[in-house]
Design a protein around this ligand. Structure first.
Ligand SMILES: [Zn+2]
Length: 140
């Protein structure tokens, strides 16, 4: 087993290996495979194989500079998407304790303590007063 590990390390020496783009591609691949369980489309099947081949090609590539440039390109193109995803994830994690509501006046996102019932709140940004109804949460 150890010699297999050594052989693998030797094989990977000087090769690019996984980067952030690797995880993006793997994510796309897994979504395609999952969707295709239901869709049963040969186009999706070919596409997922191509993405898998591209992922493997990049990991095993010895042209490290070119792969780094590709990775930076992908990272800059997905920056907005990744930021939105992280925001949604953070909000989901806080959902039990906080209620998120946009101010109807200035559209700023407010994070309110999740206390069940009807409340009046004041937006800290623009001072607009509005009522909020929270259907579930802590009792007062
Ligand atoms: Zn406001």
């Amino acid at each position: 087993m150890n010699s297999f590990r050594n052989k693998l390390l030797q094989f990977m020496q000087g090769r690019y290996g996984p980067d952030q783009t690797f995880y993006v591609l793997t994510g796309i691949y897994l979504v395609l495979v999952f969707v295709n369980v239901f869709a049963q489309s040969w186009i999706l099947h070919i596409l997922s194989l191509l993405i898998f081949a591209l992922t493997m090609y990049r990991v095993l590539s010895k042209n490290i500079i070119k792969r780094q440039i590709e990775n930076e390109w992908v990272m800059s193109r997905t920056a907005g998407l990744r930021k939105r995803f992280m925001k949604a994830k953070k909000r989901y994690e806080q959902n039990d304790d906080y209620y998120f509501k946009k101010c109807p006046e200035c559209k700023r996102q407010l994070r309110l303590p999740r206390i069940k019932g009807k409340h009046t709140t004041t937006c800290p940004a623009c001072g607009h007063k509005f009522s909020v109804k929270i259907s579930w949460g802590r009792e007062k």
